[in-house]
Write a protein that binds this ligand. Sequence first.
Ligand code: NZQ
Ligand code: ZN
Length: 392
Amino acid sequence: MMNFQYYAPTQVVFGKDTETQVGELIKAQNGTKVLVHYGTGSVIRTGLLDRVCASLNEAGIPYVSLGGAVPNPRLSLVYEGIELAKKEGVNFILAVGGGSAIDSAKAIALGMKYEGDVWDLYLKKSQAKAGTPLGVVLTIAATGSEMSDSTVITNEEGWLKRGLHSALIRPRFAVMNPELTYTLPEYQTMSGCVDIMMHTLERYFSHEMNTELTDYLAEGLLKTVMHAAKILLKDPKNYEARAEVLWAGSLSHNGLTGCGRTGDWACHQLEHELGGMFDVAHGAGLSAVWGSWARYVYHSDVARFAKFAVNVMGIPYDYADPEKTVLEGIEALENFFRSIRMPVSITELGVELGEDQMKELAYKCTYMETRTIGGIQKLGKEDIEKIYRMAK
Ligand code: NZQ
Ligand code: ZN
């Protein structure tokens, strides 16, 4: 096991009706003027925004609101939010929604305290030194942004989707009521389940040995999500299944399933370029590339891929031919994705990829040939292009 730090300071407030506590939670964080930031309207339609605002009113906390965070949230709205929050003297940001509203709120939180252009932080030209505190009322189990230290924003200029990590943007609290996720369309529920699984898989596929506890946690999380996703396909208002995936979403991306190892993260980088260029749902983009990535890199660690096949996908170990076990495990996960109506190719994702676009994606993915991606196997531009081609 490698040395590691585990830091997960977000206060989780989980269960039915918990959104009514939001005013008091912000008061406890000394918030006295709030920016309520949300997406493209679901929180208005469901009445959640009204309930959240009622809680703020009850606690006597003034607020301004800004909606419009689209999936793959845009930099232009971040600029708007920074300006509004500064003008209004905001000292706490409340994101109400999914990963997109949360990530946009995180960008605003950093941008408010940064003298220059907040995009420079995403380009790693500079590092954030301060951020406005933020909290979350979560409406979708997916990204884990409610407990994570990361934000991913798309710059419309060049359609670059870039992420950044900073301890300054870990939400102070996350209100998580599984009932708020009942209204999700099936596609978003399942895309979220894929993303949750991928946050653990990206950590699971590492070379480090002797991470037994972390492996068990990861395998348990993956099996729980697969089981719950199947239930939600038939019964989207099943509270217990909604609760399991909501909690799994947070634990999958708060560092727990990566303790003691490095992680891979290539699939996320492959997806971020697809999301930036074609505006696809993040989880669906991940399932579209995962199988091709796995088949390309599994030779680098047959033992780890075989462990996944046996412990997670229930494939019997073939002692005479471990690679057969690996390939059956990869196919089994792809079949699971198919069973929850998630794409396993870029075409199924609804994107017809031309040769030039494939090259452009690979070029952007290497940050214009300045980096490789992946941990279990380092991938350069040529490798990335091959994986996109396999995934086509
Ligand atoms: O915009 P609204 O009206 O809210 O509608 C959203 C959106 O259309 C809808 N939705 C959300 N909750 C709902 C609902 N509809 C009905 N009822 C509800 N309860 O679902 C759609 C997707 O919402 P979005 O917030 O975009 O989804 P998600 O949580 O999957 O976030 C995706 C974004 O997060 C990034 C992704 O790349 C993508 O940009 N990620 C952020 C991470 C992080 N900060 O740690 C890690 C992830 O790996 C990921 O990259
Ligand atoms: Zn993700």
